[in-house]
Write a protein that binds this ligand. Structure first.
Ligand SMILES: C=CC1=C(C)c2cc3[nH]c(cc4nc(cc5[nH]c(cc1n2)c(C)c5CCC(=O)O)C(CCC(=O)O)=C4C)c(C)c3C=C
Ligand SMILES: [Fe+2]
Length: 427
């Protein structure tokens, strides 16, 4: 199994003629051809309807061609750059389904994920939704919730780290949209490719599992701005500046379970724990604040993400700096101050969220915010430690509401010929 060293999804090597094919063009090559050619012809010939694609190969655009490998040390969808579109979906095993059905399901899901991530058709009944696109950096990531283990008779394999998250005073959680036996995260840089993945995963579930909840999210399209590495959230802030970087020496130790872990079961080696929170943003209240007030809430400049103590986005925050009146320039309750690892006993997590917008309530309030997904080797030391601190006095808390929650054990990536979770299910 190869090491996963791809901070951004890589485009496959596709020459002007497409990838070499031993016995004629591959399906993906044809898909790319049809997509690109159809686009050009479609613009010119809209009045005469669709034109069938000629057989010459035309390379996919760089976004369509982005491909993330499936058989890697850590599951895909954790360290890759943010994707433009995301779907989160949780399933509960059906009544009467147990370990045997779970094995078959994870086998089906893994094969579907492997194929779709390579830009191939789904194994059964492909819906053709992504026919004209490449893999568009599709990732499909699988996790297990606390309730999965009793359902499958695998209680002894349940990680202690999956103990339910504590209640936080600011929680407004909807139980029906929280947790679940199984969790799947689907991300891609194209909305149709992502939906295609979601539909295939749902169809694969068949009678073995039923959807418990499902959420849709989005991020900026790659290449759409001059600051490709730091995205903005729906409050307009640069969000992700201080994320741990794969190049840092302690990155793996903070984000992934080591094979030598004494507190995690062996099947979690190279895995990670995902905390998922649907956090609504109270945008009407937030947008009434002046720019200065918004910056005081976060502790960073809105325009460029620089700390209020000065410099640019990457400048270290000076926590002690005072203004002419002797007041701290980064307020004591500023979000970016109190979430820092050095204020939380070293607690760190990799935040990899999607924004969401689920329409407008009857009173005109947007149902919009953040599908906050964070990754860590230990959720108690990571998310829980920081959220407890935020619960005690985060200036941002007046403007957000946690509405749903999930905690999932995400095993390491599947080796060639294996399926995700095999080490657990065949333990
Ligand atoms: C419990 C963990 C966290 C929750 C929940 C959370 C919600 C949340 N955050 C923002 C906006 C920003 N967060 C920023 C930094 C930041 N946030 C957390 C943790 C949670 N945030 C951490 C660990 C950090 C990094 C701290 C550090 O290492 O210094 C920032 C600043 C820029 C950045 O570093 O990303 C912003 C902006 C929102 C809007 C939100 C809920 C909707
Ligand atoms: Fe934050």
């Amino acid at each position: 199994m190869s090491d996963q060293t791809i901070p951004q999804a890589a485009a496959p090597e596709v020459g002007p003629e497409g990838p070499p094919a031993p016995d004629g063009p591959t399906r993906r090559r044809l898909l790319g051809t049809a997509g690109a050619t159809g686009l050009v012809l479609g613009a010119a010939g809209a009045a005469v309807g669709y034109v069938s694609a000629p057989a010459q190969a035309t390379p996919l655009s760089s976004i369509g061609a982005g491909q993330v490998p499936f058989h890697v040390k850590h599951q895909p969808g954790i360290t890759e750059g943010l994707q433009a579109r995301g779907h989160l979906v949780a399933f509960d095993l059906a009544a009467g389904a147990g370990r045997k059905e779970a094995v078959a399901l994870l086998r089906r899901w893994s094969e579907t994920a492997r194929r779709l991530m390579a830009g191939e058709a789904a194994p059964n009944d492909d819906t053709d939704v992504a026919r004209d696109a490449g893999p568009s950096s599709l990732t499909i990531t699988f996790g297990f919730g606390n309730s999965f283990f009793a359902r499958t008779g695998l209680e002894k394999q349940r990680p202690v780290a999956l103990d339910p998250l504590p209640d936080f005073s600011s929680d407004h959680l909807d139980k029906a949209r929280s947790n679940g036996d199984l969790w799947v995260q689907i991300g891609a840089n194209d909305a149709l490719v992502a939906f295609h993945g979601l539909r295939a995963i749902q169809k694969d579930a068949g009678s073995a599992a039923k959807v418990r909840w499902q959420m849709n999210g989005f991020n900026r399209t790659p290449g759409a701005t001059a600051h490709p590495m730091t995205a903005r959230n729906l409050m307009g802030q640069m969000d992700g500046t201080r994320n741990p970087k794969p190049t840092e020496s302690d990155f793996d130790q903070r984000i992934f379970v080591p094979a030598s872990s004494k507190k995690d079961p062996a099947w979690m080696a190279n895995g990670s724990y995902a905390v998922v929170r649907r956090i609504r943003m109270l945008l009407d209240d937030w947008e009434k604040l002046s720019l200065t007030a918004q910056e005081q809430v976060v502790g960073r400049r809105k325009a460029n993400g620089a700390p209020l103590s000065g410099g640019d986005e990457t400048t270290a925050m000076d926590l002690e700096k005072t203004d002419a009146n002797g007041d701290l320039v980064v307020p004591l309750n500023a979000h970016a101050r109190i979430t820092r690892p050095d204020q939380n006993g070293g607690a760190a997590m990799l935040r990899r969220p999607f924004s969401y917008h689920d329409g407008i309530d009857v009173d005109g309030t947007p149902d919009a915010g953040l599908l906050f997904v964070c990754w860590q080797a230990d959720p108690l030391r990571g998310f829980v430690t920081v959220q407890r601190k935020l619960d005690r006095g985060d200036a941002l808390s007046k403007y957000i509401r946690h509405e749903a929650s999930g905690l999932f054990a995400v095993p390491g990536g599947a080796a060639q010929g294996e399926y995700v979770g095999q080490a657990l299910l065949e333990a």
